[in-house]
Design a binder for this molecule. Structure first.
Ligand code: HEM
Length: 501
C-alpha cells in the first residue's frame, strides 16, 4: 500500500512529462509564423479559446497579425486571417492539407460512426445527385408537404389558428424546420399523426444533444452530462435504425442512396444506424437557427419585411390554403427572389461562424497574397475562421455588425457578387458553407427549404415581437466555430394564420 503512492506519482509524472515535453521543447523555427503556446503547458490557450473563440482570435490577431500559430490542448493550429490568401489553402494545390482525418475523429467521438475510406466522396456524390439540380424539385415538393403537415397539423388548421399564439421565436423556427426536414429526409409511416408526435419527441432530444454539443466536442461535460450524452446517442441510434426505416415510406433518395452504398460495402447495420445519426445532425442543426435569425432581422427591420412581402406577392400571387390542408406554392418562384436571397445571404453573413480545419500532411509552405511565405509543420493544423476575418471586415462589408437587407443587391435589383478588400476583388466575401473539399453538400437544399419556410411565414402569417424595442439577443459565446450561431436567450413573438379570402 505504502509503495503504491510513489509508484503512482512516478507514473503520473511520466505521463505528464510525455505529454508536455514536446510542447515545452517547441520553439518558433525560421520562417514559421509567430508561435503563441500560452502559459499552461500542453493546454496552451485551450481555456480562453473554448470560452470565447471569437474574442480569443480577435486578441491573437491584434497581437500577432494575419498569421499565427497557437497551442490548444497539445495540438498546434495556424490561423490565417487574410482572406486574400485563402485560395491556395482552399484549393490545396500542394496536396498537403487533409480534411477527412480531422473530421473522422470528431465523427467517431460525437456520433459513434467509424468512417470508411471513400465515405466523404460518396456523401458528396449522393448530394450532387439528390440534393441539387432536378432532384431538388421533388425534394422541395416533399418539404412543402412536410411543412404544411407540421405547421397546419394533419387535419388542417384548428379553429383557433387565426387567433394570436405566443412562442419563443428560436424554438418555433427550430422545431418546425427540424420536424419537417427530418420527415422529408427520413420518411413517413402510414400514420401521419404518430409521425408528427415522433418528430416532436426527436426534436426535444435533438435540442438537448445540441445544447450539450459544444462542451461535448471540447470534452468539458460533467460526469452526469457524459452519461446523458451516451443515453441520447443510444436513443438516436435506435430511432434512426435500419430496422425502423424498413417500416417507412418516402425515405428521400439522398438517404436511400447513401444507405445502399453502405450496405453494398458490407457496413454492419449498427454502424448504418450511427451514420443516420450523423446525417440527421448535419442536415438539421443549422437551418432552424438560420431561420430564427432571418425572421428576427425581418421583424426588427420593417423596411426589409415590406420588401420581402412585396416581392413574394409579385412572384407567388396572393396566399391561399389548398382545401385548407396545405399551402399553395409556386416552386418556380424560388428562382426569382433577389430580395429574399439578399436577406438570407446577409443573415448567413451575420449568423454563420464555421471553422475550416485541415491537418497538414507534409511540411507545407504557406504563400500569402503579400508574397510572404511561412513554413508550417507536418502534423499541425491549418484553420480559417471567416466570420471574424471576412464577414466582420469593415473593408469588405461596411458597418459589418449592421443588418442591411439589400447588402447583396445591385442598384438594378440583381444579385451583388462584387466585393473588395484593399481595392482588390475578393472571391471569398462570405463563407457560411465552408469551402473547397469540405463545402456543405446540402447548401442548395438548405437555401430552398429556408426560403420556402420564410415565404410561408410572410405570406400566410401575421407576426410581431412581444417587445418590439428589445435589443438583438447576444450570441451564445460557446457556439463560436460550430456553424450557425445561437442566441443567448429566447425572443418572444406572436403569430397567427391570416384569414384567407
Ligand atoms: C443553414 C444551413 C446549413 C449550413 C450553414 C451548413 C454549413 C455547413 C458547413 C460549414 C459544413 C462544412 C463543415 C466543415 O468544413 O467541416 C457542412 C457540412 C455538411 N453539410 Fe451542411 N449546412 C447547412 C445545411 C445542410 C443541409 C440542409 C444538409 C443536408 C440535407 C447538409 C449536409 C451537410 C453534410 C452531409 C456535411 C458534411 C460533408 C462532408 O463530410 O464533407 N447541410 N455544412
Amino acid at each position: 500500500m505504502v509503495l503504491w503512492g510513489p509508484a503512482l506519482g512516478a507514473l503520473l509524472l511520466i505521463i505528464v512529462g510525455y505529454l508536455c515535453l514536446p510542447t515545452l521543447l517547441r520553439h518558433r523555427g525560421p520562417q514559421e509564423p509567430p508561435l503563441d503556446k500560452g502559459s499552461v503547458p500542453w493546454l496552451g490557450h485551450a481555456v480562453a479559446f473554448r470560452k470565447n473563440m471569437f474574442e480569443f482570435l480577435k486578441e491573437m490577431w491584434a497581437k500577432h497579425g494575419d498569421v499565427f500559430t497557437v497551442q490548444l490542448g497539445g495540438q498546434y493550429f495556424t490561423f490565417i486571417m487574410d482572406p486574400l490568401s485563402f485560395s491556395p489553402i482552399i484549393k490545396d494545390t500542394q496536396k498537403a492539407l487533409d480534411f477527412v482525418k480531422y473530421a473522422e475523429n470528431l465523427v467517431l467521438k460525437v456520433f459513434g460512426y467509424q468512417p470508411m475510406e471513400g465515405d466523404h466522396q460518396m456523401i458528396h456524390l449522393a448530394s450532387t445527385k439528390h440534393l441539387m439540380g432536378h432532384s431538388l424539385e421533388d425534394l422541395n415538393a416533399a418539404m412543402l408537404d412536410s411543412l404544411s403537415l407540421v405547421m397546419l397539423g394533419p387535419k388542417g388548421p384548428s379553429l383557433d389558428a387565426g387567433s394570436w399564439h405566443e412562442d419563443g421565436l428560436f424554438h418555433f423556427c427550430y422545431s418546425i424546420l427540424f420536424k419537417a426536414g427530418f420527415l422529408t429526409l427520413f420518411g413517413y409511416t402510414k400514420n401521419k399523426e404518430q409521425d408528427l408526435l415522433e418528430a416532436e419527441e426527436m426534436f426535444v432530444k435533438f435540442r438537448r444533444f445540441d445544447v450539450l454539443f459544444p462542451r461535448f466536442v471540447y470534452s468539458l461535460l460533467g460526469p452526469r452530462e457524459w452519461v446523458e450524452v451516451g443515453q441520447l446517442q443510444h436513443v438516436f441510434h435506435q430511432r434512426l435504425s435500419v430496422e425502423q426505416n424498413l417500416e417507412k415510406d418516402g425515405i428521400s433518395n439522398w438517404v436511400g442512396y447513401m444507405l445502399q452504398y453502405l450496405r453494398e460495402k458490407g457496413t454492419a447495420s449498427v454502424m448504418q444506424d450511427k451514420f443516420n445519426f450523423m446525417i440527421l445532425w448535419a442536415s438539421q442543426g443549422n437551418t432552424g437557427p438560420t431561420c430564427f435569425w432571418a425572421l428576427l432581422f425581418l421583424l426588427k427591420h420593417p423596411e426589409a419585411i415590406k420588401a420581402v412581402r412585396e416581392e413574394a406577392t409579385q412572384v407567388l400571387g396572393e396566399a391561399r390554403l389548398d382545401v385548407k390542408l396545405s399551402f399553395t406554392f409556386k416552386f418556380s418562384a424560388l428562382k426569382c427572389t433577389p430580395v429574399l436571397d439578399s436577406v438570407l445571404e446577409e443573415t448567413l453573413r451575420l449568423g454563420a461562424s464555421p471553422t475550416l480545419l485541415r491537418v497538414v500532411q507534409k511540411d507545407y509552405v504557406l504563400k500569402m497574397a503579400s508574397g510572404q511565405e511561412y513554413q508550417i509543420r507536418r502534423g499541425d493544423n491549418v484553420a480559417l475562421f471567416p466570420y471574424l476575418s471576412v464577414h466582420m471586415d469593415p473593408d469588405i462589408h461596411p458597418e459589418p455588425t449592421t443588418f442591411k437587407y439589400d447588402r447583396f443587391l445591385n442598384p438594378d435589383g440583381t444579385r451583388k457578387v462584387d466585393f473588395y478588400k484593399s481595392g482588390k476583388k475578393i472571391h471569398h466575401y462570405s463563407m457560411p458553407w465552408g469551402s473547397g473539399v469540405s463545402i456543405c453538400p446540402g447548401r442548395f437544399f438548405a437555401i430552398s427549404e429556408m426560403k420556402i419556410f420564410i415565404l410561408l411565414m410572410v405570406m400566410y402569417f401575421d407576426m410581431e415581437l412581444v417587445d418590439p424595442d428589445m435589443p438583438m439577443p447576444p450570441i451564445d459565446p460557446r457556439r463560436w466555430g460550430f456553424g450557425i450561431t445561437q442566441p443567448s436567450h429566447e425572443v418572444c413573438f406572436r403569430y397567427r394564420l391570416r384569414p384567407m379570402q
